[in-house]
Ligand binder design. Structure first.
Ligand code: FMN
Length: 163
């Protein structure tokens, strides 16, 4: 049994969650950024993580998901500036699931991630983004220890499904 944890991360939030997931995995495992992987083949489970960008899956992850083998077990995780449990991050996870229709999706996990100040400053200048920026500012400090504990529990739950 072998697990792959792969991720895309611009500012390190998703990578922190990826490393927590990796730490919680009890079978043979590998961790690598999505852009460094040659192939997605040869794993019993793939954990694939990304930051929500413009309510969507980032392009590099999109490209990786197109090459997922048929019947592959996969679980998604993401970080986002929006509040946890909100509709927009859910939309990005649903988009990811829609990209792997022949795979077997075993679960998903999301938590908040501090949004880069330059992004917040730029969006703040646009009145239509003001409400979102105000919400996103409170993601400061995430992912925190509680988020990482939740991510580890998620990983254990997914692994137990394939054992
Ligand atoms: C270009 C860009 C677009 C973003 N768009 C969204 C978004 O639509 N919704 C959201 O909740 N967060 C959004 N964020 C915030 C990131 O999802 C969040 O900060 C995430 O934790 C970043 O993860 P990373 O450090 O792994 O890149 C955006 C961030 C960037 C840089």
């Amino acid at each position: 049994m072998k697990a792959l944890v792969t991720f895309f991360s611009l500012t390190g939030n998703t990578e922190k969650v990826a490393r927590a997931i990796y730490d919680a995995i009890t079978i043979e495992k590998k961790i690598a950024p999505v852009q460094e992987l040659q192939t997605a083949a040869g794993y019993d489970i793939i954990f694939c993580g990304f930051p929500v960008q413009a309510h969507s899956v980032p392009g590099k992850v999109h490209a990786f998901l197109k090459n997922i083998p048929d019947r592959q077990n996969i679980a998604f995780f993401c970080t986002h500036g929006s509040l946890r449990g909100g509709q927009l991050p859910k939309q990005a996870i649903e988009q990811a699931i829609g990209l792997v229709t022949k795979a077997k999706v075993l679960g998903d996990f999301g938590c908040r991630g501090k949004v880069d100040q330059q992004i917040l400053d730029a969006l703040m200048k646009r009145p239509e983004h003001k409400v979102w920026v105000e919400e996103a500012q409170s993601a400061d400090g995430h992912p925190d220890e509680a988020d990482l504990t939740d991510a580890k529990e998620f990983a254990s739950r997914i692994i137990s499904k394939i054992l």
